[in-house]
Write a protein that binds this ligand. Structure first.
Ligand code: 0L1
Ligand code: MG
Length: 262
């Protein structure tokens, strides 16, 4: 690590203040170009600690940048990982207040819920499928705190991978009931289809994103606990939204989920 504890605490407070006050900032590596991956995750961990210290609950985890196209575009070989706080959750069909956000975009995702803990190293798709209770449609709202979504990956990790809101719902199904690679998805905005894809867009199989998360946590001596909700990453490009929009994600065999932006 290259940053001292006081700097990590200060950067975490800065980024969380930007989230809570819906204001943007320049990417933090401009002032701290020597920041490494451990520093970046330490800043994210401090944001998480701050939320829990105020009585918040961590209700899930997420993988980001998991589609091959986006990884190639950004020149990365590993996804990034973040957490979901209770304050991020929107009920299915519920409202998301745009005034509380900076420049929101939505991502269509497959959400996993585990019934057994998953621990790396060596976690693989088979272990993930064996430990999964059910999967369901999920929409993640991302809202990078960085001006105009201009960032580098370490800055993104420190910023909890742009996480801000999410909705899950639809028809939860056991993994044996659906082929997660070929399951088709349609994201609609205001009733119009705006993005299409299939589960395989995420690392060939969305369970691979969960395995990578387990291996990432395992390297830190942590695990994915039983009963975790995990967003496995956007299947298509993210779609910008504004007040007045409604979005709906339909996934073959899993029904639909949606939210409204007000
Ligand atoms: O969940 C995601 O894939 C977002 C990762 C962070 C990068 C971004 O804000 O686009
Ligand atoms: Mg996402």
């Amino acid at each position: 690590m290259n940053l001292d504890h006081a700097t990590i605490v200060r950067l975490a407070q800065h980024l969380e203040d930007c989230e809570l006050e819906a204001r943007d900032t320049t990417k933090i590596t401009e002032d701290y170009p020597g920041m490494d991956w451990d520093d970046a995750y330490a800043i994210q961990d401090e944001i998480r600690r701050r939320k829990v210290a105020r009585g918040g609950r961590i209700v899930g985890l997420k993988a980001g940048l998991t589609s091959h196209a986006k990884m190639k575009q950004m020149g990365v070989e590993i996804p990034v990982f973040g957490f979901l706080a209770d304050s991020f959750a929107v009920p299915d069909g519920g409202e998301c207040k745009v005034a509380q956000l900076i420049h929101p975009k939505v991502e269509p995702e497959i959400a996993f819920v585990t019934k057994r803990a998953l621990k790396g190293p060596g976690c693989h798709i088979g272990a993930v499928l064996a430990a999964t209770d059910f999967v369901m449609p999920g929409i993640e709202v991302i809202d990078s705190r960085y001006r105009d979504f201009k960032f580098d990956l370490k800055s993104v990790v420190a910023d909890n991978t742009s996480a801000v809101r999410f909705v899950v719902g639809g028809r939860p199904v056991a993994v044996g009931e659906v082929d997660l690679r070929t399951a088709g998805i349609v994201l609609e905005k205001n009733g119009e289809p705006v993005a299409f894809g299939a589960g395989a867009a995420v690392l060939g199989h969305p369970a691979a994103a969960i395995a990578m998360l387990a291996n990432h946590l395992g390297a830190r001596g942590e695990e994915i606990p039983a009963g975790s909700l995990i967003l496995s990453g956007g299947i298509t490009e993210a779609v910008a939204v504004q007040a007045g929009d409604s979005v709906c994600l339909r996934i073959q065999g899993m029904g639909s989920v949606g939210m409204r932006f007000v």
